[in-house]
Design a protein around this ligand. Sequence first.
Ligand SMILES: [Zn+2]
Length: 442
Amino acid sequence: MASQLGIDKMIAYDDCFVAGISQRSQRILTKVSDFFNCRDSKAAPQQHILDFRKDLTRNTALQLRICQKNVALVNGEGRRMDAFDVPASSTSVEVKIIDVCTISNVPTKNLFTPQVPGFEKSPDCPSLVFLLEHPSGQKVLFDLGIRQDWENLSPAIVQRLKQNGYGVQVEAGIAEFLDRGGVGKENIDAVIWSHAHWDHTGDISTFDGETELVVGPGFKDHFLGDGKGNSTLGGVLPSDVDGRNVREITFDENDPSVLQIGQFSAFDYFQDGSLYLLDTPGHCVGHLCALVRTTTNPATFVFLGGDAAHHCGEVRPSEYMPMPEYITPNPLKREASDAPPLCAKPWYATLQSSRNRDPQGPLFQPAFGHDMDQVLDTIKKMQQYDGESNIIVILAHDSAFRAPIIPRFPMAINDWKASGLGDALKWKWISDVWQDGDDVEA
Ligand SMILES: [Zn+2]
């Protein structure tokens, strides 16, 4: 079995350390004691399951199982996908990132808490737009980013942005961008809004009336009608919906397209398992995430997170994605790509206890939301997806997705797993809060 997995042999150094030696002589070393808390209820009590997610041959996630002092290997690929009950599908959707908006000068305390000294301002961040291309020829957009003429947002929003001194830059409107890119705005069948905040709704009036607007549960009641849902954070302009079909996904359990994936209700958008919209309330009424199948064999997915969280430190680490003993590739900005793995655990434990936070839990808690209980619940459920080696979570404002290694439109991000992007980006957020000299203390 070991050779099938690209592992030549296992070495048990002693009671404390084990290592796997790959056919390419890469060595993975880990502390046994870090993995003794067994999460696998099916395991016999005398067995110690080691849930070990080190990069081995670039991106192969493995589990190491220590069983009655004998060391054996089992392939961990997709193991917990069973728990999600994602039906098999032979259809994937091309996912192309469009990154034309930048928000800057936002105080971190407005977004998440408690603060980390030295990280008072959020890095310049995108508001990502995703073009999803189905093999049938259907094309949909997930979010529209910021409208280029953002000063034509509602006066209350513009006033708040100016008063707060936020920087807003938009290189192009999305319709124009698609026209220039050869896609043609008239070929967009639908725009899905993760939610109706100013930095996600773009300007849908630049698409013709045939382009449907897809929104989440409660949207129509909250934002349409008397318009009471509009606020300084966002809302709906008449030009967004006049002459356009607004389709609200209600996640009605009697709808045959609705199923449960993980702990979220999911709507099978194309009815072939290639794109699921997920009911992820809290941040805003009707907030939606999306699970998009990027490859079919093996099954891999991108999880489009919208604003379910603003920073990956609101999601990681978690019980599903614990901070590894050594992080590779090294996520610090200043480090070269061949830098040694980062040992961040002692530093993180110190940082967390200095802020009365759980050393095994996420760095931050969201600072605001329409319903904070739901915000926290959605993050908890999202963490289960985040722990999957076959799923990559992309938050709309994650600046890590501006790294030069990220393929952008017209390139697709579908081979993210094979190209190692998941491992390269998972802990990138640490560089936001890591101070020079932290490694000395660690
Ligand atoms: Zn946002």
